[in-house]
Design a protein around this ligand. Structure first.
Ligand code: MEV
Length: 373
């Protein structure tokens, strides 16, 4: 971590500040427009190396999760200090070392499916034998908490394989390979996470198209882990089943979430975190209506508001995982984190968006395509 925890003792030793990439020079390894991740025993990027290295970062959805699956926009924030890294070298045996499984590739359990898919599809494309590599995965992104762990791990693997082969993949090529792994991980996937884990800036994402969001003034967020995990596949399936029986109501909720999302794009462009918070508050109720909140998420959201947040909501697919709260400033972040911890949050992080010059999305209008999904 490049920063010390701003929450002091209030939020405990596990509280960390996350770099969003705006308040300091962008790390070389992850520059926008330079999707290649260099590395590998000191060789020049673009040549085959003995050890291929790749990394990608976590993400937090500010607004629009679930609705994005039905064509609505979503906004996602990069969490640069939460990183997944992969290192890979050719070997006579196929072997994987990771927090979730260590052993032969051929005996890897089902939950390693997305990683193995990322390895297989990138190896196929880059002429590497996927069954003859040793892969080491490390990650500081909590697993199944809605912070992009699976997409970031897949992106790290894809980039490491490309590095090993001495190839450069464009951001779009990397996205497409990660997206294959995401389909294995989640079934239906909007593609949002696969873009988010490669982006250094907040993105508005709709129907496969990412656009950078303008940020006019600092905006500080606190993320709190409820300590419970959520399954993206189960949450997405749950919303889909609800839509099967209540299509008009669910479509209306999707449309409301779309409008809230673009209201937040507008509010960030104005530098109005209070209004961001109001939209987040409404979005949490709508997501709860879709059945993807949980008692733990509701309790942490309520605690954030009592602690002084402008607004709070679940982030990611829900059913567990994390809450995202927007706060007036860094000082208040400590109080909000402490309030969330007091009702059971196991970890908190803060992230601050600092102003940027992007001016693409100051007057958006959300349109949700009808009948395409
Ligand atoms: C998961 O991070 C976000 C969801 O909207 C699913 C998706 O976009 O594919 C729940």
């Amino acid at each position: 971590m490049r920063h010390s925890a701003p929450h002091g003792e209030a939020s405990g030793p596990s509280s960390q500040r996350i770099d969003t990439g705006f308040d300091q020079p962008r790390p070389m390894r992850d520059r926008l427009g330079d999707p290649f991740v260099g590395g590998g025993v000191g060789k020049v990027a673009g040549s085959p190396v003995e050890t291929g290295l790749g990394s990608a970062h976590g993400k937090a959805i500010l607004l629009g999760e679930h609705a994005v699956v039905y064509g609505a926009p979503a906004i996602v924030l990069p969490l640069l200090d939460l990183q997944a890294t992969a290192s890979i070298r050719r070997s006579r045996r196929g072997y994987i070392t990771s927090d979730l499984y260590t052993g032969p590739l051929a005996s890897a359990p089902r939950h390693m499916g997305p990683v193995l898919t990322a390895l297989r599809v990138s190896a196929e494309q880059l002429d590497v034998r996927a069954d003859r590599v040793e892969l080491i995965l490390r990650s500081t992104i909590p697993f199944e908490r809605g912070l992009g762990s699976s997409a970031a791990t897949s992106a790290a693997v894809v980039r490491a394989v490309a590095n090993l082969a001495g190839e450069r993949l464009s951001a779009a090529q990397t996205h497409d390979l990660v997206q294959e792994a995401e389909h294995v991980a989640h079934g239906t996937s909007s593609g949002l996470d696969a873009h988010a884990v490669q982006s250094m800036t907040p993105l508005r994402f709709q129907q496969g198209k990412p656009t950078t969001v303008k940020v006019a003034d600092k905006c500080t967020f606190v993320i709190a882990d409820t300590g419970t995990s959520g399954s993206t596949a189960a949450a997405v399936d749950g919303v889909s089943m609800l839509r099967d029986v209540q299509s008009r109501v669910v479509d209306r909720v999707v449309e409301d979430l779309a409008n809230l999302t673009d209201d937040v794009v507008y509010s960030l462009g104005l530098g109005d975190p209070l209004r961001v918070g109001q939209s987040m508050h409404e979005a949490h109720s709508l997501l709860a209506y879709l059945g993807v909140s949980s008692p733990a998420l509701d309790a942490v959201v309520a605690a954030a508001l009592e602690g002084g947040a402008y607004g709070a909501k679940l982030t990611g697919s829900g059913l567990g995982g994390c809450v995202l709260a927007v706060v007036p400033d860094q000082e208040q972040a400590g109080d909000v984190a402490a309030a969330m911890t007091a009702v059971g949050a196991t970890r908190t992080w803060t992230t601050t968006l600092t102003p940027n010059d992007f001016d693409l999305m100051t007057a958006p209008t959300a349109r949700v395509p009808k009948g395409e999904f």
